[in-house]
Every structure is written in structure tokens, then in C-alpha cells.
Design a binder for this molecule. Structure first.
Ligand SMILES: [Cu+2]
Length: 105
């Protein structure tokens, strides 16, 4: 997902097991284990691409793209979408089962 610099992202765990938000390459502070119904918040102030995964479930991955609001063309669709996301966005943590029958080697 794409957000404007300065946006705080909240991950809410709506799954039945604990998850975490662990930034790849130490790009941001890792969350503790997030219990069911709990929220982890992280502000993204600097533009860049931030990949993350779940510590206990490395198949759960996501990416946050942070852009400078000023680089957007005023009135563009992306500008409006990004403005709408500027303060707080909420993502949900739900485990995605690994693909089955991938064949192996
Ligand atoms: Cu997990």
C-alpha cells in the first residue's frame, strides 16, 4: 500500500493466533508479538519502501511505500487516495496459508 510521509499505520490482529510486524533490513522497529484484538502502530516519516513480515509466520509479508505528499500532482487520483490515508491507516493481520502442491524439487 502507498501512504504519504507522516502517516501512522496501525496493524490490528484479527486472527486467532499471535503475529508480529518485523521490518526487513531493520527498516523500522519490530513489533512485539501482537495478541488477538491488539494493535501495533508505526509512523512512517521518511519516503521509501518498507518490506515487512510476521516473525512467527514468514509467509505473511507486506510492503509499505512511503512517498512525499509534495511530489504528487494536486488533484490526481493518487493524490486524493494518499490524502485520504494521510493520518492513520489500519491493516489487518490474518495468516495466509502457504500455497499447497507447489511440487517441491
Ligand atoms: Cu503471524
Amino acid at each position: 500500500m502507498t501512504i504519504a510521509a507522516g502517516t501512522t499505520v496501525q496493524w490490528r490482529n484479527e486472527d486467532a493466533t499471535v503475529h508480529s510486524v518485523t521490518g526487513d533490513d531493520m527498516a523500522f522497529s519490530d513489533s512485539p508479538l501482537i495478541d488477538q484484538g491488539e494493535v501495533y502502530s508505526q509512523a512512517f516519516d521518511r519516503p521509501g519502501t518498507y518490506a515487512y513480515r510476521c516473525g512467527p509466520h514468514p509467509n505473511m509479508i507486506g510492503t509499505i511505500e512511503v512517498i512525499q505528499q509534495q511530489t504528487l500532482k494536486p488533484g490526481s487520483v493518487r493524490d486524493r487516495e494518499t490524502r485520504a490515508l494521510q493520518e492513520t491507516v489500519e491493516l489487518f493481520l490474518v495468516d495466509i496459508p502457504a500455497a499447497e502442491g507447489s511440487g517441491g524439487d
